[in-house]
Design a protein around this ligand. Structure first.
Ligand code: NAD
Ligand code: UFG
Length: 345
């Protein structure tokens, strides 16, 4: 019986101070695990561990400031840490930046993963959960809900870096069956922790829809630009599968449990299985926040697809996971986080 079966284990969270990692850290603490964060703080604030403590109503997690590309440090951390599993969130995530600077994405998302895998192999750490993305699919080749067996075909260097990382992990698990790898393909994470203590630190200006809408609601930006209203969707605007970040975090805890229970790895979509349009998201945010969210229709954004939502069947079957929160809860939690962050609370 592994240590995860007998007591809640120690889990290393690379990139654990980031948006998704910090929510997973809270979820793991609340389930009795001992998460340890490793982060170089390239895209996270220094006070995140203290805010995780507030959100979890517990102690601040241990933090190791390091870069995943540093093999010596990674081996030392893993050799001395006694970790039962690693959750690998560290990486870069902007599709547009990856087109302009693919070298950064292959260096960190692929090179960093390769270093991590080598360090794990050298220290007999063989449980890994990986943050992959719906961007690995060829969304144009997929008509409706996207299942894990849908055609793969990323449209950006970011997507390629994720797909190549998946291949590295699957090859490792095939070569050594004692490895157990959970590959989680996130659809569109949104929202924040219900306490308002942790949430997303968006780029400036934000790349993604929800943080952009939040800044229009707060008055930081004048209006939302809706990229295209002539898609073949019910209201003409792009449709995506927004999943509450707290649900996503529960999905990681379920993935860890499934790796132990099933004795083998999995590749699973994490989404709700439902699509929402840009205008539906805008209307929900305006209603929930009670603020004006002005918008204008702009041309389509290059590279966007009309719709992208998941088939959530395998997540239910393999992880016993189903998203619980809807878009109103995503908007409400995003709004309390945004108000606190922008000093409006
Ligand atoms: P984030 O930027 O908030 O978190 C990433 C964390 O990794 C940050 O804290 C950053 O400081 C850290 N980091 C970056 N490079 C590092 C390095 N070389 N060494 C150590 N730490 C490093 O991003 P997020 O939204 O929390 O995303 C987490 C993971 O999920 C990423 O791998 C991302 O590609 C993936 N993902 C995110 C989304 C999304 O929409 N947020 C969707 C699909 C997949
Ligand atoms: N959108 C707008 N205005 C904005 C921002 C977005 O109209 O200011 C629209 C987009 O055109 C799209 C929808 O809102 O129809 C969602 O766009 P996002 O940028 O929020 O999300 P994407 O689906 O384009 O991409 C996100 C992440 C990727 C990830 C992908 C997985 O940015 O990293 O989800 O589906 F790979």
């Amino acid at each position: 019986m592994s240590r995860l079966d007998t007591h809640r284990g120690r889990v290393l969270l690379t990139g654990g101070a980031g948006y998704i990692g910090s929510h997973c850290c809270v979820a793991l603490m609340q389930e009795g695990y001992q998460p340890v964060i490793l982060d170089n703080f390239a895209n996270a604030r220094r006070d995140v561990p203290d805010r995780i403590a507030l959100a979890a109503n517990g102690p601040a997690p241990q933090v190791i400031e390091a870069d995943i590309r540093d093999r010596t440090v990674m081996e030392t951390v893993l050799a001395e840490g006694g970790f039962d599993a690693v959750m690998h969130f560290a990486g870069l995530k902007s599709v547009a930046e990856s087109v302009a600077h693919p070298e950064r994405y292959f260096d960190i998302n692929l090179g960093g993963l390769t270093v991590l895998v080598a360090a794990m192999a050298a220290t007999d750490t063989r449980r890994l959960i990986f943050s992959s993305s719906a961007t690995v699919y060829d969304a144009r080749a997929t008509g409706g809900a996207i299942s894990e067996d849908a055609p793969l075909g990323p449209a950006s260097p970011y997507g390629h870096s994720k797909l190549l990382a998946e291949k590295v992990l699957l090859a490792q698990a095939e070569a050594d069956p004692s490895w157990r790898v959970g590959i989680l393909r996130y659809f569109n994470p949104a929202g924040a922790h219900g306490t308002g203590h942790i949430g997303e630190e968006p780029a400036d200006p934000p790349d993604n829809l929800m943080p952009y809408i939040a800044q229009v609601a707060s008055g930081r930006r004048a209006r939302l630009q809706v990229f295209g209203d002539d898609y073949d969707t019910p209201d003409g605007t792009g449709v995506r599968d927004y999943i509450h970040v707290a649900d996503l975090a529960r999905g990681h805890v379920a993935s860890l449990a499934a790796l132990e229970r099933d004795g083998r790895g999995h590749v699973v979509n994490l989404g709700t299985g439902r699509g929402q349009s840009v205008l539906e998201m805008r209307a929900a945010y305006a209603r929930v926040s009670g603020r004006e969210v002005s918008f204008e229709i702009r041309p389509r954004r290059p590279g966007d697809v009309a719709q992208c939502y998941c088939d959530a069947t395998r997540a239910r079957a393999v992880l016993g996971f189903e998203a619980r929160h809807g878009i109103d809860e995503m908007c409400a939690s995003s709004w309390s986080w945004t108000r606190r962050r922008e000093g409006l609370a």
